[in-house]
Design a protein around this ligand. Structure first.
Ligand SMILES: Nc1ncnc2c1ncn2[C@@H]1O[C@H](COP(=O)(O)OP(=O)(O)O)[C@@H](O)[C@H]1O
Ligand SMILES: [Mg+2]
Length: 290
């Protein structure tokens, strides 16, 4: 070490000591929040979760994003289901993410103006598997937040992977989540695991806006009769038990799956999501006004 370097090191130590030193900073509670980059501002972050896969989280995300867009908001969807990404396909978006001059990922935009970020947009081939371990997955999700040029968004919806593992934990700890929406279906198993999702949100101090029951019923196109394909719903018990709002009940509709499959999520009849979207914007507006 040269004399000059030694002097500088001494100065740094003195500075540290005058600020209270290392020991003092270690006493402070750890803050896991990650900052957005200077190019981005996101007013509200909404997490869509469920205890179980296949209940319709991605559908609900796509429906809500489309409805918020129709209401005139700037909307983005972060597909946090790294190993089972389905958001780009639902919006008919293909291709890969470009990098800006300052090395930020530029989110592809759907034909209706919704910005998307997904692990599938980082792959050369749509059907290539994402084979990565847990910590890398969680890291990707935080990078989607910190290293994407989101521009200005009113709402960012986060399509969570199923369950209460690494990713939901990372999202709840690292992102400023305004509220979460829990998606379930009428099967007994789905309602059982919804309780886990609800308990997780409570433990992490996340406000729950309410529950959306998907695949609630089927209306026969021939006779107009309503059928409970997955058996009678338990949704009233769950919402009552947790004091939650039932935001919406979405029917099983072949039209829904065919529109999703053909990348036309925006064209799905929005009547099943209008109330939920209104509740969401009302809740978020209230948060802003204090
Ligand atoms: N209400 C519905 N009517 C018809 N098909 C649906 C409905 N909800 C979901 N699907 C289809 O079921 C599959 C699973 O839904 P998805 O939203 O991907 O679930 P998750 O994200 O919870 O795993 C998808 O192919 C989707 O298009
Ligand atoms: Mg999904």
């Amino acid at each position: 070490m040269t004399k000059e370097e030694a002097f500088e090191a001494g100065q740094r130590l003195k500075e540290k000591a005058s600020k209270g030193g290392d020991d003092h900073s270690r006493m402070e509670p750890e803050d896991f929040r990650k900052s957005l980059n200077p190019k981005s501002s996101v007013k509200h972050v909404v997490a869509v979760l469920s205890g179980k896969g296949g209940v319709g989280k991605s559908l609900v995300c796509a429906l809500l994003a489309s409805q918020l867009r129709r209401m005139g908001y700037e909307v983005g969807v972060m597909d946090a289901d790294i190993t089972g990404p389905s958001i780009p396909k639902a919006f008919g978006v293909k291709g890969s993410v470009a990098l800006s001059q300052d090395n930020l990922m530029i989110p592809p935009v759907s034909g209706t103006g919704i910005k998307l970020m997904s692990s599938n947009l980082l792959l050369d081939q749509e059907d290539a598997p994402v084979i990565v371990r847990g910590p890398v997955i969680a890291g990707m999700v935080t990078q989607f937040w910190t290293d994407t040029d989101w521009g200005h968004l009113d709402y960012m919806l986060i399509d969570m992977p199923p369950g209460t593992g690494d990713v939901p934990l990372t999202v709840f700890q690292s992102l400023p989540v305004d509220c979460a929406i829990v998606v379930t279906s009428p099967q007994e198993l789905a309602s059982m695991v919804v309780k886990k999702a609800v308990n997780m949100a409570e433990k992490m101090n996340i406000d729950l806006l309410g529950v959306i029951e998907n695949m609630s019923y089927y209306v026969c196109p021939d006779c107009g009769k309503t059928h409970s394909v997955f058996g009678e719903t338990h949704i009233a018990e769950i919402t009552e038990m947790y004091g939650l709002k039932l935001l919406s009940r979405i029917p099983i509709d072949p039209e829904i799956s065919s529109l999703i499959d053909s990348g036309r999520a925006y064209d799905i009849d929005p009547s099943c999501i209008e109330v939920a979207a209104k509740e969401l914007t009302g809740f978020c507006d209230l948060r802003v006004s204090g």
